[in-house]
Design a protein around this ligand. Structure first.
Ligand code: ATP
Length: 441
């Protein structure tokens, strides 16, 4: 029988990572002859604005072929692995594993909601009851049910990329020892196939995390065969490598911003896209962040371009009231200091307005610019003293530096789901099958 398995909330701020637990499960299941992986393991990123996330709001799913008689055994193997992987600290993980025997349109809708909004645990509970999905909450809380259920709802992904994740043992702490020059060389050599691994403006390697999790390095790519080549090269330049795995993932696809909302329908924590007109001059806030207001026929909202968005923040300074825009981002709830705010991740300038500037007329006698002679008194030349009531103000159309087009943040500000420029217009990978080597051990 076919089986979908979803896992979430295994990680904690003190270490571990749901993807590492996924790699342990792959190691265990790949030794069992009767079990077949029907696809790569899935790393599913969900709404990046959810406050309960530890880091990147990721959940893991598997699509397997399992003999009926092995089902009970399998559940035991997986729950045992997750139990052993848990690290308990102040923020308790609420891990949940779900087992579903089929794909379902309602699960798919649940994934889409979890990708773009805040969903409630009771909604997830109602859905598992209705669909007869088995789930196991391994600790007292069961918040992980949301991510685990959404992860199986995402399978099979229509649009996807791949990530090679290389791990050290979770007990190892301290600086990761990786040859950074090698990582930069790899980025240069495979640039057509990899993305979001390096930020050139800040010269930062984005592929190497800094937290307590066991990930040594994660390389994102559109091609799992290329990841295999990269993995061989990287293995020579990093210390403490314990295991590696290639995940199929919704990262880099921009799917979290596909929901287009009217401004009046926006709710806290949504990820969405709005379409409207700039209704205020850009305001530069303390710290260099830029705020503008955008309105549509249903309302008006503050839109914030954080300084960290680099290029996007610079572009926002050039917006003018009247410009037509489409913007995508995450919604920050209102507080006593600010209203509901869209933190902008992507900006499409549809149309720019003409900017007119009015000048006092030029003196016909001496070509000097005249001054107002007072209310309803016309103009007076400060150089030659010429006076007139007939002259009109000169209107000059100022050229705009900002051109219509799509503007993205600097890679440093990318979220896991952000679509990088090189993937815009990309039609998807040719490699739809499981490559021979996709994990170790
Ligand atoms: P990592 O990236 O290291 O795997 P994480 O950021 O995924 O960590 P989790 O420990 O998985 O952090 O915590 C995210 C929690 O938020 C999970 O319990 C998950 O079920 C829940 N969650 C995910 N998406 C939503 C959503 N859209 N609405 C409400 N809860 C959500």
């Amino acid at each position: 029988m076919q089986l979908l398995i979803g896992i979430d909330d295994v990680d904690s701020p003190y270490g571990m990572c749901t993807t590492y637990a996924g790699a342990l499960i792959v190691e265990a299941l790949s030794k069992i002859e009767d079990i077949t992986f029907l696809d790569y393991p899935f790393l599913i990123r969900l709404n990046p604005n959810i406050p309960f996330k530890t880091r990147g709001n990721g959940a893991v799913a598997f699509h397997l072929e399992v003999p009926e008689y092995y089902y009970e055994n399998l559940k035991e193997i997986i729950t045992d692995i997750i139990k052993k992987a848990l690290i308990k600290g102040k923020r308790k993980p609420e891990p949940v594993i779900v087992f579903s025997k089929r794909e379902n349109a309602e699960l798919r809708r649940f994934y889409e909601k979890a990708l773009t909004s805040m969903v409630t645990l009771s909604y997830a509970e109602r859905l598992v009851d209705k669909l007869g999905i088995e789930y196991y909450a391994l600790e007292s809380g069961k918040r992980g049910l949301i991510g685990a259920l959404a992860a199986i709802g995402a399978v099979p992904l229509e649009e996807y990329t791949f990530e090679l994740l290389m791990y050290r043992n979770p007990s190892k702490r301290g600086r990761r020892i990786i040859n950074e020059k090698l990582v930069m060389d790899i980025d240069r050599r495979y640039r057509d196939y990899v993305f979001a691994n390096f930020d050139f403006s800040s010269k930062r390697i984005l592929a190497i995390p800094h937290g307590p999790d066991p990930v040594l390095i994660g390389i994102r790519s559109v091609n799992p065969l290329i990841l295999n080549e990269i993995r061989v090269l990287l293995a020579r330049g990093c210390k403490d490598l314990e295991r590696w795995i290639i995940y199929k993932t919704n990262q880099g696809t921009g799917v979290h911003l596909k929901r287009v909302l009217k401004i009046s329908a926006i709710k806290p924590y949504d990820s969405c896209t709005i379409s409207g007109v700039i209704s205020s001059d850009p305001l530069i806030l303390k710290g260099g962040h830029v705020k503008v207001r955008v309105k549509d026929e249903t309302g008006e909202i503050d839109c914030l371009f954080y300084r960290e968005t680099g290029f996007l923040n610079k572009v926002a300074r050039l917006l003018k009231p009247g410009d037509e825009v489409i913007m995508g981002g995450g919604v920050r709830p209102a507080s006593s200091k600010h209203g509901l705010t869209l933190n902008v991740e992507i900006l499409n300038v549809v149309k720019t307005v003409k900017v007119e500037k009015m000048y006092n007329p030029i003196c016909p006698n001496c070509r000097h610019r005249m001054k107002s002679a007072g209310r309803k008194k016309g103009y007076k030349c400060p150089k030659c003293g010429f006076k007139t009531k007939k002259a009109e103000k000169e209107i000059v159309i100022k050229g705009r530096i900002l051109e219509p087009g799509l503007y993205l943040p600097s890679p440093l500000a990318y979220r896991h789901l952000s679509k990088p420029r090189r993937l815009i217009g990309w039609k998807g990978t040719e490699i739809k099958y499981l490559v021979e080597l996709w994990h170790f051990p």
